[in-house]
Design a protein around this ligand. Structure first.
Ligand SMILES: C[S@@+](CC[C@H](N)C(=O)[O-])C[C@H]1O[C@@H](n2cnc3c(N)ncnc32)[C@H](O)[C@@H]1O
Length: 270
């Protein structure tokens, strides 16, 4: 186990139905199997992260297979890097984490999110992973303990990512490219904001460098109103766009471009 105490950073080891550090801080395992390593004093709100409605919308949409090619490519890329230990940061309800676990059967896998609603559902997908309710700003894993970090459609704390990575390891980031969901955005807004798909590259800290990038795009037919409603509910468009425009999107079949960028950002060792 490579877990560290969120209160004092001491090494955590397994105790009866939970984990504990040498200083005596103890964290119980929840009934569903996850560990809650988010102490109340590190919470900014009572229920941080995505709420149950968002998590459910994402779970239904992803289980509908609409983004299956994206997960397949993520898993293929991860398998190519053959990490001994990996962590999915901001894993949501674990759709991508579960496919990473299948592609990396011999590796020690972790999936982390600040949303308890998300992690509760994740546990069911892949009981062999260590599921953590924790903050990406204070990841309860030791320095240089991971060879691969996944960050899928999530915010990221770059300094934490760097701290967690072993030299030669890397961050596999998946995020929208300029054309992603363009037709949807055109229906929702009078002026479609240009999305700078390279913005995150400016945040790469010293000691990490971009080693590989690629884009995967395909046309997606959204023929059911439930899928269109779920796609809105799982993205910021669900609250950003007007109710009228959202209703219009849900009313009619839609073809959208899915265009996702994959970046592999390596830890160089200095
Ligand atoms: C857009 S969702 C992506 C979920 C998942 N990776 C996916 O693509 O299905 C972003 C996730 O980041 C989580 N999140 C936001 N802030 C966080 C933080 N400070 N620490 C950990 N997770 C966080 C949210 O709860 C949410 O599940």
């Amino acid at each position: 186990m490579s877990l560290t105490c969120p209160l004092c950073q001491g090494a955590l080891s397994a105790v009866d139905n939970g984990v504990a550090c040498p200083a005596g801080h103890r964290f119980d395992r929840a009934r569903q199997g996850y560990l809650n390593l988010l102490p109340v004093q590190h919470k900014n709100s009572r229920d941080p992260g995505d709420n149950a409605a968002m998590v459910e919308a994402r779970r239904r949409f992803l289980d509908g297979g609409h983004y299956a090619p994206l997960a397949r490519r993520l898993a293929e890329l991860a398998a190519g890097y053959a990490p001994a230990r990996w962590l999915d940061i901001g894993c949501g309800e674990g759709y991508y984490s579960a496919q990473l676990a299948d592609a990396l059967p011999a590796a020690d896998g972790y999936a982390l999110d600040i949303s308890r609603e998300a992690i509760k559902r994740g546990c069911k997908r892949s009981p062999q992973l260590t599921w953590l309710v924790a903050s990406m700003a204070r990841v309860p894993l030791a320095d240089a303990s991971c060879q691969l970090l996944a960050s899928v459609f999530s915010p990221l704390d770059w300094q934490e990512a760097k701290r967690l990575l072993a030299p030669g390891g890397g961050l596999l980031r998946m995020g929208p490219s300029r054309e992603h969901l363009m037709q949807l955005r055109q229906k929702l807004y009078d002026e479609v904001r240009d999305y700078d798909e390279q913005k995150h590259l400016e945040l790469i800290p010293a000691g990490m460098r971009l080693a590989h990038s690629e884009t995967l795009s395909f046309a997606l037919q959204l023929s059911s109103s439930e899928a269109r409603a779920d796609l809105l509910a799982m993205t910021p468009h669900g609250w950003r766009a007007s109710a009228e425009r959202r209703a219009a999107v849900i009313a009619e079949p839609l073809e959208v471009t899915v265009a996702i960028r994959y970046d592999w950002i390596e830890r160089t060792g200095h």
